[in-house]
Design a protein around this ligand. Structure first.
Ligand code: HEC
Length: 125
């Protein structure tokens, strides 16, 4: 029993550190997005603002008028931006949603994708 409690005490802080660690790196990755997206203020550019994007249903901003039909269809099908769906979209926007208006080829590195998602969560706090 003592050994188990020790293992549990060891495991939890490590998991928390891994989940938080990359937001700073993600701020640098996000520079690839800032031409089209604001994540700090709810202000739309070419793309919809990304404040609170983790957990937000797709195509859900009432003041962003130019979502593609493809994105609206994905939203009607129940698409919500959680970490898994964001990772898939950011790896290959047109692989996930072939007719999306987002003119971005995708992030090649899984570490960059994890970092930018950590950043988007951190700025939403
Ligand atoms: C060239 C401009 C451009 C770049 C660069 C770009 N995006 Fe986008 N993004 C868009 C547009 C336009 C849309 C709307 C897509 C649609 O309606 O099909 C969009 C949509 C999104 C959505 C869905 C938002 C919603 O409300 O459903 C997310 C998430 C997103 N982008 C994240 C990113 C991230 C993160 C990056 C950088 C790694 C990035 N984008 C780079 C233009 C861009």
């Amino acid at each position: 029993m003592k050994a188990l409690a020790f293992l549990a005490a060891l495991a939890f802080p490590l998991a928390a550190a891994a989940a938080d660690g990359s937001a700073e790196a993600g701020a640098a990755v996000f520079r690839k997005c800032t031409a089209c997206h604001n994540a700090e203020e709810p202000v739309n550019k070419v793309g919809p603002h990304l404040v609170g994007i983790v957990g937000r249903p797709a195509a859900s901003l009432a003041d962003y008028a130019t979502y593609s039909e493809a994105m609206k269809a994905a939203a009607a099908g129940g698409l919500v931006w959680d970490e898994a769906t964001l990772a898939a979209y950011l790896a290959g926007p047109k692989k996930m949603i072939p007719k999306t208006r987002m003119a971005f080829s995708g992030l090649k590195s899984e570490a960059d994708i994890a970092a930018v998602i950590a950043y988007l969560k951190a700025v939403a706090r």
